[in-house]
Design a protein around this ligand. Structure first.
Ligand SMILES: O=C(O)CCC(=O)C(=O)O
Ligand SMILES: [Fe+2]
Length: 765
């Protein structure tokens, strides 16, 4: 047998007996079933046109589920539904016998039972249909659907059922009762009825009992050997990347789709049940654990639209009309993420998140051989060919060596890992907790990043306290960021400072703040800075360790804030800069308030300097901060930080207002900074010249583009148009009246700000 251990394992599981069907068909005599409908009486088989018309009179338009909603849309489902409580059904014993046969044919073992649960009575008149869909699982134990077609004269109305890329087609009969059972993950549809009426009863099929199969011994032995080899063979990295450690796990993808609710060892569909039983036996021999997981799979294929007439006329996007019309060429990209799993003992499924590497995956049926639950076609877009994205949900058995259980589970759920460490510590098993924590190192950063960080940090702070090892504690906390801290963390944080020392805490906070800085400002981090006073209050309340910690947090926040803001205070003002700075007023106010609380003199001094900085932008920032704090009158708790800023700002505004007004014939404009090229020098000379208003500048295309960009970037009051005549074209620059208008508005704004400052902040006039 060729290939890697995991390929051989998938092949062995593929050779397992004959693949059971995903849909099965049986007939019963008309006399095996009687149906009576209140208001109509017993139905006569075959159902006559006249009875069908009366039946329709009792029905209403059938609805269908999509996501959380239930809808009626005759484009999707056009059929009549007879209210369930009007319908009385009686079967002979033949029905039970048929269900047993169907259970066997669907590959379910004899000791489990398929129970039909009546769901609806449907009437399809000529022309009515139901487009392709999957049935929602209305019950945890539902594994499939049974459609019973009553005897009636009709043509069309075929029931088409898809699985593993095959479509089975079923017709009703005029003289017999037809039964079709299929697994709930099969996509199916009812084609339009061409003549007559098609009447069906639908049942949910519930599965009870243990569907674990008897296991063949030699096969289990061969599979166990594959597992041994898989976990002993180092992974060969792609692109000549050498060899890495052996894989941590093997995920074997099953063939059916399951919901998180329906995922259960006892309700595996078709061949999945046998394969799972075998793999469990093999895993046991190989000293491995097995969990049952749900995998979300995305594949991107290079694909051709077979319906396309002209291959060059294809600017169509996101066309998910009919996945089947595309011919797959090459697989460009794929990703497999586990989202839920249930442990070997069953129970509820846990939410997890674990992205698998290729070397950890095996499958007998490639995903491309299944029906995706969603797909999207992207027409030719220049760089890429036509691509088809497809999404699948498959169950997977995930196997790992027993002694790697902690690392495997921890990588899938950081919450679980922290809870588990906490348990060990509480049980007094600190040595074990320490070793377990160390085993997280290779992936802990990535696992925390993909988890619920807010929730995790609180747990992590509490857990590491009991580790009693400064280095491991720092390692576990390392992946977080400064702006995840909230007042609730204050006491845990202070306890850690007490336990591991101030230097340890300072280093941790610094590492966190570096992280914060690598992602530039987000609205959340601005909000976090605005909320600093609450965090500091909580820290101060815990005592001296908390106070020192609060000062560190504050120093780092200030460093971070100032580092981003300072470069934007110099250079000419633009509307986008002003907006950016105004948005930082409240965070600035938050920092200042916290600085006053913690008595951080250095921050207060630095902040006051920022207020005195040259340029109109500093005024914008400081005014925004003062207004954010302005609801509270000066002197009532905001401390001298704000008073000083207000004084400095008022001074700056007065200086600005004292500048002589622009003479009506002064057209000089301050040139933008930041580029020293020849073009910008020429542009600068034109801008600064008080007399020149227009400039006709013959300039090649690339150079014109640079000048356009400079003028737009700095929002200069200059029109810039290209006259498309001659070679090169001519760039025509014209200074506009906005130059005067803007200065007038700035002056007005300054006057208003000054008035507000003197009134609200009691600044002497
Ligand atoms: O009428 C049928 O054959 C099937 C109806 C169906 O697919 C459904 O009710 O979900
Ligand atoms: Fe259906």
């Amino acid at each position: 047998m060729p290939g890697t251990a995991r390929e051989r394992l998938a092949e062995l599981l593929g050779e397992l007996a004959e693949l059971p069907a995903s849909s099965v068909y049986r007939k019963l005599f008309m006399t095996d079933l009687s149906v009576a409908v209140d208001g109509l009486g017993p139905l006569q088989f075959p159902v006559s046109e006249e009875q069908a018309i009366r039946l329709r009179g009792l029905g209403h338009r059938a609805r269908f589920g999509r996501g959380e909603q239930t809808l009626t849309d005759p484009e999707v489902r056009d059929t009549w539904e007879i209210p369930k409580d009007l319908v009385r059904i009686e079967w002979t014993h033949a029905f039970e016998a048929v269900l047993e046969v169907m259970r066997d044919e669907l590959g379910l073992p004899p000791h489990c039972e398929l129970t039909p649960d009546f769901h609806s009575m449907l009437l399809y008149e000529t022309g009515q249909f139901f487009v392709t869909h999957q049935d929602s699982e209305k019950d945890d134990s539902m594994v499939g659907t049974l459609v019973v077609t009553l005897p009636s004269a009709h043509t069309g109305g075929e029931l088409l059922i898809e699985h593993l890329g095959q479509t089975a087609e079923y017709r009703g009969s005029k003289v017999a009762v037809s039964l079709v059972a299929f697994y709930a993950d099969c996509h199916h549809q009812v084609l339009p009825v061409k003549t007559g009426n098609r009447i069906t009863l639908t049942y949910n099929l519930l599965l009870a009992g243990d569907n674990g199969a008897a296991v063949e011994d030699t096969l289990a032995g061969e599979l166990a050997a594959c597992l041994d080899e898989h976990f002993a063979t180092p992974v060969t990295l792609p692109y000549g990347g050498g060899r890495a450690d052996p894989p941590m796990r093997l995920a074997y993808l099953l063939d059916h789709e399951y919901t998180a609710r329906g995922l259960s060892w006892n309700r595996l569909k078709g061949a999945d049940g046998d394969r799972a039983a075998l793999l469990r036996a093999a895993a046991d021999r190989a000293g491995c654990d097995v969990v049952l997981a749900l995998a979300e799979i995305q594949e991107t294929w290079d694909a051709i639209d077979s319906d396309e007439e002209d291959p060059y006329d294809d600017y169509e996007e996101s066309d998910d009309a009919d996945d089947g019309q595309y011919v797959l060429q090459d697989l460009i990209d794929s990703s497999i993420t586990l989202a839920h799993w249930v442990g070997p003992g069953g129970g509820r499924s846990e939410e997890i998140s674990l992205t698998l590497r290729d070397a950890e995956v095996a499958a007998t049926t490639p995903s491309a051989g299944l029906t995706p639950y969603a797909s999207e076609y992207e027409g030719y877009m220049g760089n890429y060919g036509n691509t088809l994205d497809r999404w699948y949900r498959r169950a997977a058995l995930v196997i790992w060596p027993r002694n790697q259980g902690f690392a495997n589970r921890a990588q899938a759920s950081a919450v679980w890992a922290l809870d588990e460490l906490g348990e060990m510590i509480r049980a007094g098993d600190v040595k074990n907790a320490h070793d377990a924590a160390q085993s997280l190192l290779p992936f802990w950063d990535a696992t925390v990043r993909s988890g619920p960080q807010g929730e995790l940090l609180g747990r992590a702070l509490r857990t590491v306290e009991g580790l009693d090892d400064a280095e491991t504690a720092a390692m576990l906390l390392h992946p977080f960021q400064l702006e995840r801290l909230v007042p609730d963390h204050a006491s845990a944080l202070a306890d850690l400072a007490a336990r591991y020392g101030e230097t340890w805490m300072a280093a941790l906070l610094r590492a966190w703040s570096k992280k914060a800085r690598t992602y530039s400002y987000s609205p959340e981090s601005l909000e976090w800075l605005s909320g600093l006073p609450r965090l500091c209050t909580a820290l101060l309340a815990t005592g001296s360790e908390g106070t020192t910690t609060a000062r560190h947090v504050l120093d780092l926040s200030w460093e971070w804030f100032e580092g981003e803001v300072r470069p934007l205070l110099t250079g000419p003002s633009t509307s986008s800069r002003d907006k950016w700075l105004a948005d930082r007023g409240q965070p600035f106010a938050g920092i200042l308030t916290a600085a006053a609380q913690t008595g951080s003199a250095v921050v207060l001094e630095d902040a006051a300097k920022l207020g005195h900085a040259d340029g109109d932008q500093a005024i914008v920032l400081v005014m925004a901060a003062l207004r954010a704090a302005g609801a509270v009158p000066a002197g009532s708790g905001y401390g001298h930080g704000f008073d000083e800023l207000a004084v400095g700002c008022a001074e700056r505004i007065r200086t600005s207002l004292a500048q002589p007004r622009r003479a009506p014939d002064d057209w000089s404009i301050e040139p933008p900074t930041g580029c020293t090229c020849d073009l910008c020098a020429t542009l600068g000379a034109f801008l600064q010249d008080p007399e020149r208003r227009t400039f006709e500048w013959p300039l090649a295309q690339a150079k014109r583009a640079h000048v356009h960009a400079r003028i737009e970037g700095a929002e200069l009051p200059v029109r810039h148009e290209t006259r498309r005549q001659g070679r090169p074209f001519t760039l025509v620059l014209t200074k506009t009246e906005a130059l005067f208008e803007r200065e007038r508005l700035a002056r007005e704004r300054n006057e208003a700000d000054l008035a507000w400052l003197t009134k609200t902040w009691k600044i002497p006039v």
